[in-house]
Design a protein around this ligand. Structure first.
Ligand code: CDP
Ligand code: MG
Length: 666
């Protein structure tokens, strides 16, 4: 291994040194849960988690402080234990609910099942979860009705949804932060919740940031509400400053208020084992290949222990699995003991269970994951981590109005978290597929909050729908760039969503949501069948009409999930009740001449774009098209494309094209 790898000096410290603030209690024990997990009773297991020693302190702080910030290493028990402690202490009495938010759907499902198991109940009873498309609370399962197969901005009559509301019997509810935001449309003060735990706050997802801003507002009206902000690493001091800084604070200086408004900070000690870092000696050109070689080397040379590989998304994970399976088969060395599994959002329940189930004796599990395994999910038994150094990140350019999901370098903080995953059960090793020099000199210390690198259209709509009129003056944990705000407002005016007073044009109570388009389920190793399924529905007019064909077929099948499964179609994406296509005229493109290159130009910015190969219009190249989204790889690709008649543009959006002084008719 020494040819390729060299050990580095850096030892990850899973918790940075305390950044000031209040530290309560301390423990010299390392992660006690590492001892013989799986043999002890559930109660014993719970007591072995590092967070258990802080149970009394946490309950005391939550009782006496409006906001408690809890920092603790991944796997210390924050997510699964704290909501249970709160329930045991009576915070769910009287029909109140304890909420715990997660940025990721998969994490919501996984922790809800774990907590239900620990409490000996079924998911949907005392412990429930809600993610978009699925509501497992109160024993009643609602399939939300506000989806659109077109993935466009949709408007749904709020009344239609609230009629589904049933009294909440769930005591502990896990949900995505986006779902909690939507609940505010119904109940702006979130009155049914006694404690809201905003978990994984360090991820600084756009929904988390909006939620933090709104929760701070709610706190002014609800002294009974308690917030817990928790995460593996967090700038505890700046988060505390955010919650402490209040304009026009109620109460007198010097008078002790209960709950105290100054946030408490609690650090859960319990460091993992040391992790030895290895860097590559030379930069690698293909991280998929490098990851495969490294996994095989570890398997060949290192003692037992599972391997966790961090890649960026389903595409490179699937490619890695394929390559690894092939190379393991043809390799002369003994590779028979490898169990190779993917981990990303959108996995089926059965696939998730495989990832979390214990590794059989004599086998070695290799989990190939997105950054979901960085802090959101704990996998037992990982001893080796392979870190590609990349993740998929959103970037937005307000000038060109193009938002891309691109593979970009992770931050040092992320790299440390990833390495830390190897030190859970015993001392481990982390193989970074980048050089030490690159780590030290090139990559940023912290990531940029998503809010500062996103298109803010849906964020503005959500705030407007909640009656926040002064968007520019909103109290954000991290202010978004003004250009992005202005661009979002401009788009919303031109779409007719906002009127001249910057108010939503639709009657109050409309809920607006932006749904990502994910019609097809790409099954591993079944690309051919998927392509055949696509062909069955393909329409000459383009992708949107193809979706319509699919939807018709779905209705004919009496909305059968079996039909969806057979045709590789995402069942959840088919539940459509009321959706209004609110124009993608801003995304019009034309090809100058019928050029062989397939190059298009956007009407608005004359950007060069191409039809994505996944589109049924790939190589068909109609002269005028509208796309749903752009992805950027070597080129800017349009995804989900429909051919149009250019005269429609002026018809549907005269204001828009005038405003940009563009003449789309060439
Ligand atoms: O939130 P935090 O990272 O602090 O830890 P957690 O998610 O509450 O996990 C605490 C422990 O519960 C982990 O050490 C896992 O062993 C276990 N757990 C599990 O077995 N299955 C899950 N789906 C979640 C947690
Ligand atoms: Mg957690």
């Amino acid at each position: 291994m020494s040819q390729f790898w060299k050990p580095g000096a850096e030892k990850p410290r899973l918790l940075d040194d305390e950044e000031g603030g209040v530290v309560f209690l301390s423990s010299s024990l390392s992660s006690a849960s590492s001892i013989g997990y799986g043999y002890a009773s559930i109660e014993k297991q719970r007591q072995r988690l590092p967070v258990y020693k802080y149970r009394t302190a946490i309950l005391y702080l939550v009782e006496t402080h409006a906001t408690t910030i809890i920092v603790g290493e991944t796997g210390s028990g924050k997510t699964t234990q704290i909501p249970q402690y709160l329930k045991e202490a009576g915070w769910a009495d009287g029909g109140r609910v304890i909420a715990c938010t997660q940025p990721r759907r998969l994490a919501v499902q996984a922790v809800a099942s774990r907590v239900a198991e620990e409490m000996g109940v079924k998911v949907g009873e005392e412990v429930g979860y809600t993610i978009r498309f699925e509501d497992f609370t109160n024993k009643v399962r609602h399939l939300s009705s506000y989806l659109s197969i077109f993935g466009v901005i949709i408007f749904v009559m709020h009344a239609g949804i609230s009629s589904l509301a049933v009294q909440d019997l769930t005591a502990i509810k896990f949900l995505t932060d986006g779902v909690l935001l939507r609940e505010m449309m119904d109940d702006p003060l979130l009155t049914k919740y006694s404690v809201i735990m905003v978990d994984e706050a360090h991820e600084r997802s756009i929904s988390t940031d909006i939620l933090l801003g709104l929760l701070k507002k709610i706190q002014r009206c609800r002294s009974d509400l308690r917030l817990i902000i928790s995460s593996a690493t967090i700038e505890a001091k700046s988060m505390s400053a955010f919650f402490h800084a209040r304009k026009g604070r109620r109460g007198l200086e010097g008078v002790e208020l209960v709950p105290r408004l100054e946030p408490a900070i609690l650090s859960v000690e319990g460091r993992g084992f040391n992790v030895q870092i290895h860097y590559v000696e030379e930069p690698v050109s293909d991280y998929v290949q490098a990851a495969v070689s490294t996994v095989l080397l570890i398997h060949d040379k290192e003692p037992p222990g599972d391997i966790l590989v961090f890649l960026t998304g389903q595409d490179d994970i699937d490619a890695t699995i394929q390559l690894l399976t092939e190379e393991a088969r043809t390799s002369k060395k003994n590779s028979s003991g490898l169990i190779i599994l993917p981990l990303y959002s959108g996995l089926s329940r059965a696939e998730q269970e495989q990832v979390f189930s214990p590794t059989p004796r004599g086998k070695r599990k290799v989990v190939i994951s997105t950054n979901i395994a960085e802090t959101s999910l704990t996998l037992e038994g990982i001893v080796y981590v392979v870190d590609s150094g990349f993740s998929k990140q959103r970037f937005y350019n307000p000038i060109s109005d193009i938002e891309n999901l691109v593979v970009a370098p992770i931050s040092k903080a992320s790299a440390r978290q990833r390495a830390g995953r190897a030190g859970r059960v015993r001392p481990g090793k982390c193989y970074r597929l980048y050089t030490e020099e690159y780590f030290v000199k090139e990559i940023p210390a912290e990531g940029i909050p998503e809010m500062q690198r996103s298109n803010l259209v849906s964020c503005v709509i959500q705030l407007k729908a909640l009656g926040i009129d002064n968007i520019l003056g909103f109290d954000w944990p991290a202010s978004p760039p003004p250009e992005a705000m202005i661009r979002a407002l401009e788009v919303l005016y031109s779409l007719g969503v906002l009127d001249d007073d910057a108010k939503l044009t639709s009657p109050t109570g409309f809920q607006v949501a932006e749904i990502p388009l994910s019609i097809w389920v790409s099954g591993r190793g079944a690309q051919k069948e998927l392509d055949e399924a696509k062909l069955r529905f393909a329409a000459a007019e383009g992708d949107h009409v193809t979706f319509l064909n699919i939807y018709k077929g779905f209705l004919q099948s009496c909305k059968s999930s079996h039909w969806c499964h057979k045709n590789f179609i995402n069942y959840h994406a088919m539940v459509v009740r009321k959706a209004v296509t609110a124009g993608f005229f801003a995304n019009a493109c034309y090809s100058e001449a019928y050029s062989q290159s397939g190059m298009y130009k956007t009407v608005r910015g004359s950007q060069e774009v191409y039809i994505h190969p996944s589109s049924v219009l790939f190589r068909v190249n109609p002269k005028w098209v509208i796309y749903h989204s752009l992805v950027s790889t070597d080129r800017q690709y349009m995804r989900n494309v429909i051919s149009i008649d250019p005269s429609w543009l002026l018809e549907v959006a005269p204001h828009f094209y005038q405003q940009h002084r563009l003449n789309p008719i060439h």
